[in-house]
Each structure stands twice: as C-alpha cells, then as structure tokens.
Ligand binder design. Structure first.
Ligand code: ARG
Ligand code: ASP
Length: 718
C-alpha cells in the first residue's frame, strides 16, 4: 500500500512540475526535444533558425554583456541593448556630481560622443559541441577521484586548445547535468564596447529597490551600447580607428506588442539554478544560510541608505554597491517565502521517498545516496554559512578598508620571494595604483567605519567560537570588548583609508615596507579573517563540496533513470539557453489577480516627489499631459512592462524576449516576487519573468531622450 501511495505522490509531483513553461533548454538540442512543443505554442521558426552553425541565426544576435548579463544586437551597426542595471557600473563610472548620468541619463548624439568603457566586453557564441565522450576518455568508475579529475582536466585542456587553434576565439568547456555531460563553447570576445545611451535612473531604475523583484512594475530598465571592431570586423582593443561591428544577425524590433497567451521565447545566459538538489539543500538555505545572510545585509543596507540619503556625492559613490547588496538580499527573502508557500521541502521529501522505494527495488547502487547526502549536509551547512558570513565581512562589500589592505598580499608575496622580479613588481604596483584610484572614487570613510563596527559585532554573535579570528583577542582585551573603540583605532592608525598615503606606499614599496604593513591594523584585520577562512573553513568546505559534487553527479544520473520518461533540462550554468512560455498574468494571493501588463498610467499613479524611487521626470509628465505618444500609443496610453511564464534566472537580465516570428518584443530584466524560488523549484502558477515592452523603450529613446536618430538604424516592424 505504501508503495502505491508513494508512486502516486511522485506521479502527481511530476505532473505538476513537468510543464511547458519550466526549463532552460540547450539551443543546439531544440530539434530533439522542444521544437514541436514550441511550434504548438505558436512559434513560427525552426530549430535551425534558432541555432545553426551553417547559417546566420538568432543565436548570432545574442551576447554575454560584461561578465554576468545578456544583451542583443538591434542594428547592423553593432548597436546593442541590455538592461540599465547591467550597464549601471559603466553609467556610474562616467558619472560625477557635475555630469550625473545616473540622475539625468546620457545620450550620445553622434558616434564621437559615445563613451569608452575600460574592461567591458561583449561575447558571441560561435558554436557549441557535445564533447562528453572526449572529456571522459580514459576514465572509469574504479579510479580514485583525484586520478579521474586529473585525466578529465588534461582532456579538457587538449579539447580547448584544439578548438581554437590558429583563431582569435576563446574556448569554454562546461559540465552539464552535474558532470554527466560536457559541452564545448567557442566564443568571440569584443573589447571595444561604448556607451550610447541610458535613460535617467528615474526611468531606468524607476521604483528602485522598493519595486525590485516585484510586479506590477514600471521600470524602464534598459541602456544601449555599441560594439566596435577593427577594419576586418574582428575584435580589437579600443582605438579611434575602430568601426561599428557588423553582426551576422540583428533582431528586428516589433511594435506589435503582446497579448495574453502569446508565445514568448527568452534567449540568454541564465547563471545558476539548483533544480535537482535533495531536500537537505533546501533545509540548509531556508533554515540557516538565507536567514543569517539576510540579517547581515539588512544592517548594511540600513547604514548605507542613511548615508546616501544625507549626501548626494555618497549616493553616487555607493549606488552600485547598494544595488548589488540589496538585490540578493531581497531575492533571498522572496526565495524563503516562495519555498515555504510551495511546501517545497515536503514535496522534495515525498519525491525522495518515491525515489528510495524505486532504488531499493530496482537500483540498489543508489539506495544509500540520500543517507550520504544527509551526513554531508549535517556538517556542510555550518561551513557554508561561515563561508557566506566571511564573504559578507570583507570581500563582498564588507569592511572596505580591510579589503583594500588585503590587496597588498600580492606585493608581499613578490617581496618575500628569494629573488625580486623587478619587472613583475613594477607591473603589479601600476595595477594596484589603478585599482586604488577606482576604490577611492567610490569610498566614504565614515560609512565604512559604521559598517565595520556593525559587522564585527554581528560576526561575534552569529558565528561559532572556533571560527572567531584572532583580532577579537585585541578587541576583547585591549579594547575591553568595545568594538567602536577598536574601529576608531583601526581607522586612526591604518593608512588604507587615505588615497595619497596608499598610493605613496605602493609606489615606494620595498622589502622594508613589509614591516610597516605588519603593523597596519587594516592589513592585520584582513589577515586575521583570511587566516581563519584559509586554515579552518576553506579546507573543510572544499572537502564537502567535492563530496557533494560526486553525490550530485550520481543523484542526477539516478533521477534520470528513475523518471525515465521525463525530459530533463540541465541546471543553468551561464551558457546560452532557450526558455519558452507565454504572456500570462497570475494570482498573487487570495483574491489578488495581476494582469499581464503595465502602462504609463501606473507610473503616474506611483509618482511621488517625496520618495526618491518614485520621482517621475518632468519631461515624461509633459509627454503624458500632452498625450504625446506617437506610434507607441495603445488604447490611449503607452505599455511599459509585461509578465510571461518563461523560466529565467540571474544572468538572463538583458535577454531578448522574442515573439513567434523571432522579433524583439521585450527585454527581460527581472522576476516577480511570488516566483523567485524558481532557481530551486518552479511553480507554473506563480513564476513569472518580467520584461520591458520594446514600445516603451522606443518611446523613451524617441520622445523623451530625443535620440530618435538611433531608430533609423533599427529594423522596426509596425
Ligand atoms: N532583480 C533584478 C536582477 O536580479 C534587477 C536588479 C537590479 N535592480 C536593483 N534595484 N538592484 O538582477
Ligand atoms: N534580474 C536578474 C538578472 O540580473 C534576472 C532574474 O534574476 O530574473 O539577471
């Protein structure tokens, strides 16, 4: 009887969760699994139109923007569009109190006015290939893990070298299905990418962190860049002789808009998901890791917001840092809530019972997997939390002065070597001086002091005694447990909060400087935390992660056997994927149904000059009052955003949202609050991706920015 019940539970589970909307599919394999379903849902193109190595196709118009976003080509002159929040670092980089592009927006009115961005790249996928057999060549199940990994690493190296031999391409090779499959990606990376335009934050970040991860939404989250190439259309470092890149393909922009039920496809680079983890993983996140990290960030944000509100210069300096901290903070809160409402842990456990019953009966080699998982997560949870907390303390927007001091370790290593490599030392010094300048451009010492004190107290309270670094002996001894006194001393004595001193120190660095450094409290603070991490946390973390990697690989393979009829999609790993679904509203909670789109009316409803996030620019109000909407008007207003059922995650920001014809109808930029647990479990009833309607984008560029000339190079479908 029990067996039957379990099978039933498993079957129900599968039925609810194997739906059309869920999944991030490999473009090269659409033909095999998805294209028929996509066409049934309305898609008019073929698998070959999406991904092909023989002809120009949709994939040729999709790029990795920077390091963690997606972008797409919208003209044959290298014009790309991505999100405002993806170009945020660049927009901020060019901003100052005098030229405040964050606040006022920026539009290059001619190519000469476009702004050059050091270190910004755009990456095209040329081709991909399943290389599983070659990666696993020479390994077997009886081998020791180390030996196995060594052979795999050698194979990977050889495959990558061969793939890009005699070309300027870059090779990337990634595991799929937790190492049960491997794909090679051959990429082309462009290095001269210039800022063309961005709306003011009151449009591009309208609603700010208040509305972030929420629907209904009215954020005009876009910015535009242009790729430049050398005269042969090849990647080149910035040069004034470079010319606009001529892509193989760019997306026509459709002004036809969307109706509920319409097919939508998101084509981009989702970062990471965890769909196939055991229930222990969900327990770890919801009960321990998320709550603790949420608390640290709540405190950081409270301090930052206060300083930023008080001083416009500080507001600019900390704009990107604040957005970064706030973004995951809010997502973790939503993730916990979503998993709880979905009853995700119980669902996973029910699935696991079914799995175990099957394994015991039919695949005994997998019957101990869950017990093994249980044992690892029991200890891993604490190490994982400590690691997360350590990152919050210093490296990940924590105590900034200590983070900067920690950068000196590279110099220390050089000068401690038996023989000094003078050339390497000079190069390193130059690089460090550059990063020090960037550091101080966005630094405000009083803010850092307050956050430092808060973080040091929180760490002591939240992390167990074995992981308390030596610096607490000083705090509790000399400073009698008064963190504020210690922080006063830290900032009074260290040189690392003064730009001129740090630069002088680096430029004049010699063997003698090692002694000065050993007396600097910021350097010692970083060292004290780093050594706990390096000696006590990292080795264990590494051990557990490697054990988990083995278990994950086996559990993934086992799940595929257990549910042999199901078509699995691999977890996101920042490789190009297709998500398809349809435009659709949703029920957020009892009695609350959200429509699938928002309009300019909603922007005016939110308008509130007293709230920073809701200040509607005068120019937009003027257009609204005059109903000056031109061809972007629909039913007396302008559409702004829409939601659909595409399965997306971080990294998908900036992704093209395409209609049945493969035309650009939107730019993906977020997910709705009720569904952000989709990284762990997808709920078709409530998981929605949020996109910016292209009609609003063109309306802003054309009517508000007066940069209508850009529309001339686009292919617009009316
Ligand atoms: N939530 C979106 C994503 O994860 C947008 C983030 C940027 N916006 C912000 N207010 N922090 O990236
Ligand atoms: N906003 C996210 C991004 O930046 C997208 C998401 O998580 O849905 O990629």
């Amino acid at each position: 009887m029990k067996r039957i019940v379990l099978t039933l539970v498993a079957a129900l589970f599968l039925q609810t969760f194997a739906r059309a909307d869920e999944g991030m599919w490999i473009p090269m394999l659409l033909k095999k699994y998805n294209i028929e379903q996509m066409q049934e849902m309305g898609f008019k193109l073929t698998a070959e139109d999406v991904y092909s190595v023989n002809q120009a196709c949709l994939k040729d118009a999709v790029v990795i923007f920077g390091r963690g976003c997606t972008g797409e080509l919208i003209s044959d002159k290298g014009l790309i569009v991505t999100n405002h929040h993806c170009g945020y670092g660049q927009i901020q980089y060019h901003s100052s109190v005098e030229h405040d592009y964050l606040t006022n927006g920026f539009w290059a009115m001619s190519p000469e006015e476009e702004l050059v961005n050091p270190d910004l790249t755009v990456t095209f996928l040329k081709r991909m290939e399943d290389v599983t057999a070659r990666v696993l060549d020479g390994v077997n199940d009886d081998m020791k893990v180390e030996e196995r990994n060594k052979i795999i690493a050698q194979n990977i190296k050889a495959i990558k070298e061969e793939a890009i031999k005699d070309t300027h391409y870059k090779a990337v090779l990634k595991p799929f299905f937790q190492g049960n499959q491997y794909f090679l990606f051959v990429n082309e990376v462009f290095k001269d990418v210039r800022l063309v335009g961005a709306p003011p934050s009151a449009i591009g970040k309208f609603g700010g962190d208040t509305d972030n991860w929420m629907w209904p939404r009215h954020t005009g989250d876009f910015s535009m860049f242009r790729i430049y190439a050398d005269k042969d259309n090849k990647p080149a470092a910035y040069s004034k002789d470079n010319v606009p890149y001529k892509p193989a393909k760019h997306f026509p922009v459709s002004l036809k808009g969307v109706n509920e039920g319409d097919f939508t496809m998101v084509f981009g680079y989702p970062g990471s998901t965890y769909q196939y983890v055991p229930s222990y993983h969900l327990e770890m996140l919801t009960e321990t890791v998320n709550p603790k990290l949420i608390d640290v960030r709540t405190e950081k944000l409270a301090i930052m917001n206060r300083f930023q509100e008080a001083d416009p210069a500080v507001r600019i300096k900390y704009a990107a840092k604040n957005a970064r901290i706030s973004n995951s903070w809010k997502r973790w809160i939503g993730e916990n809530r979503g998993l709880e409402i979905l009853d995700a842990i119980n669902k996973k456990q029910a699935y696991e019972e079914g799995f175990m019953a099957w394994a015991k009966a039919e695949a005994p080699e997998y019957a101990d997997l869950l017990d093994k998982y249980k044992a690892v997560y029991k200890d891993y949870t604490n190490y994982n939390l400590t690691y997360g907390y350590y990152r919050e303390m210093i490296p990940s927007n924590g105590i900034e002065i200590a983070n900067l001091a920690g950068k000196m370790e590279a110099l220390v290593a050089l000068y401690k070597a038996d023989e000094l490599n003078a050339e390497a030392a000079q190069k390193l010094k130059d690089g460090l001086v550059k990063s020090v300048k960037l550091f101080f451009k966005d630094y405000y010492q009083p803010l850092d002091m307050e956050i430092s004190a808060k973080l040091l107290s929180m760490y002591a309270e939240n992390i167990e005694a074995t992981f308390q670094p030596g610096v607490y002996n000083l705090i509790n001894g000399k400073f009698k447990s008064d963190v504020n006194k210690y922080v006063d001393y830290l900032f009074a004595k260290s040189i690392f909060d003064e730009e001129a001193k740090v630069i002088e120190f680096i430029n004049g660095f010699s063997a003698k400087s090692l002694k000065t450094l050993e007396k600097d409290p910021a350097y010692l603070l970083n060292k004290s935390f780093a050594s706990v991490y390096g000696d006590k946390v990292y080795p264990q973390l590494k051990k557990y992660r490697s054990e988990l990697a083995d278990l994950d690989k086996a559990y993934m393979a086992a799940q595929m056997k257990y549910e042999s009829d199901r078509i699995f999609y691999p977890d996101a790993n920042f490789t190009l994927r297709v998500s398809y679904g349809q435009v659709k509203g949703y029920t957020a909670r009892d009695a609350v149904y959200y429509k699938h789109y928002t309009t300019l009316e909603g922007i005016m409803e939110k308008d509130n000059p007293d709230i920073y996030d809701y200040r509607v620019p005068a120019k937009l109000k003027e257009l609204y009052n005059n109903k000056d909407y031109g061809r972007y008007e629909v039913d007396g207003t302008v559409p702004v955003c829409f939601v659909a059922t595409n399965h997306t995650t971080g990294g998908n920001s900036g992704s093209p949202v395409l209609n049945a014809e493969g035309h650009l109808i939107g730019i993906n930029f977020d997910r709705a609050w009720e569904g952000v647990m989709s990284d762990l479990m997808f709920n078709p009833e409530q998981c929605r991706n949020i996109s910016l309607d292209m009609r609003y984008v063109l309306f802003i560029v054309d009517k508000m920015a007066g940069a209508g000339y850009l529309l001339d190079e686009m292919t617009i479908i009316e």
